[in-house]
Write a protein that binds this ligand. Structure first.
Ligand SMILES: [Zn+2]
Length: 356
């Protein structure tokens, strides 16, 4: 019964449609709602006036038509409200830095620290040769840390300026090297050494010295110790084993050289250089142009070390070596500053390949 509708109602229906289309946010939508379907709204009130003014016989029909329009508008408003609300939610999320169109974040998985991975690699090199891993406490006795290793009382390493002694237990200290693991292991296996036919092991771990923190020093660092005891063991065994291990680590063309050196727990002692794995021994910044880099200290076990553990040095002999893990990691990764390994900077750890 369209012909019954006054032109104002027709006009209101058209203006509602265009106003709804132009409604850009929830506030505008609420205003539109108030005007068209609210009790006090101007369009709603105008329609009630028209209804009152209509001839009696048309009132019922006109009323029904006005209600139909209002219902239609209410539904349209509701639909538009839902759309605007979800648009606003997405916008708020974007403003808060969350993009709902991105794939969900994958939780970062932990990874082994580059130093741990390097120690694992060293262990993996020696494992096929029959070496296992021995561990010892980081809080040690003077006996295990010094006496059992033929380190004399007047040795500077024993001074409290070099070593952390425990204030409450001055006979205890933070181990200054992984070598006390040699003493502990030899003491433990001495009674069964003949049955075993000897022993060979690695001892990776944390050690402590009173060093000021700088690019090449830290009061805490890591070492890997290696030891072998058997019959008739000499320098040739040491050299052969190290050559094999270092070639496995750095490549088949790696050369090593032994230079005489002194450590109280070995006799003879040596420092071991490896042909620079970074430049192929042609000379670079890391090897300071020499083609060689010092990689570890080693030697034949001092008879006093064997005797201390109750092992007869006329029957048994062996070798030992110790290497600084940070030093090797710095060389391999060309990291100039040791502190980077301890600062937990994710960018550095990622660059080192520990994190994906
Ligand atoms: Zn080099």
């Amino acid at each position: 019964m369209d012909q019954l509708l006054p032109p104002e109602i027709d006009e209101a229906a058209r203006s509602f449609a265009s106003a709804l289309a132009a409604c850009g946010d929830l506030n505008a939508l609420m205003r539109l709602k108030g005007a068209y379907v609210g009790r006090e709204g101007s369009h709603a009130a105008r329609m009630m006036d028209l209804l009152k003014a209509a001839p009696k016989e048309h009132k019922r029909e006109l009323g029904a038509q006005i209600n139909a329009y209002k219902q239609q508008w209410e539904e349209a408003l509701k639909g538009r409200q839902t759309d605007l609300e979800s648009a606003k939610k997405a916008q708020d999320a974007l403003a808060a830095g969350w993009d709902p169109t991105l794939p969900p974040p994958v939780p970062a998985a932990g990874a082994l620290h580059p130093l741990n991975r390097l120690m694992d690699r060293l262990v993996d090199v020696f494992r096929p040769l029959g070496f296992h891993v021995e561990e010892g406490p980081e809080v040690e006795t003077e006996a295990h840390n010094f006496d059992g290793l033929n380190i004399p009382d007047d040795h500077p390493a024993k001074a409290s300026s070099d070593t952390f002694y425990l204030a409450a237990h001055p006979e205890l200290l933070l181990r200054t090297h992984t070598s006390p693991v040699q003493v502990r292991t030899l003491l433990r296996v001495a009674p069964t050494l003949a049955e075993r036919g000897g022993i060979r092991f690695l001892a990776p771990g944390r050690v402590y010295r009173k060093d000021e923190i700088d690019p090449t020093h830290s009061p805490m660092f890591h070492q890997v110790e290696g030891m072998l005891v058997g019959h008739g063991i000499g320098m040739q065994h040491l050299k052969g084993t190290l050559e094999y291990a270092l070639r496995t680590l750095f490549g088949p063309h790696t050369e090593i050289r032994l230079r005489p050196s002194y450590f109280p727990f070995v006799e003879p002692g040596c420092e071991v250089d490896v042909s620079c794995p970074l430049c192929g021994a042609s000379g670079c910044r890391v090897c300071k142009g020499s083609g060689w880099v010092e990689i570890l200290g080693a030697g034949l076990i001092h008879p006093n070390v064997l005797s201390y553990a109750g092992i007869d040095p006329t029957v048994w002999s062996g070798w030992a070596f110790g290497m600084g893990v940070e030093r090797m990691a710095m060389m391999l990764s060309q990291t100039p500053d040791l502190r980077l390994f301890f600062e937990n900077d994710q960018r550095f750890l990622k660059a080192m390949g520990g994190l994906d």
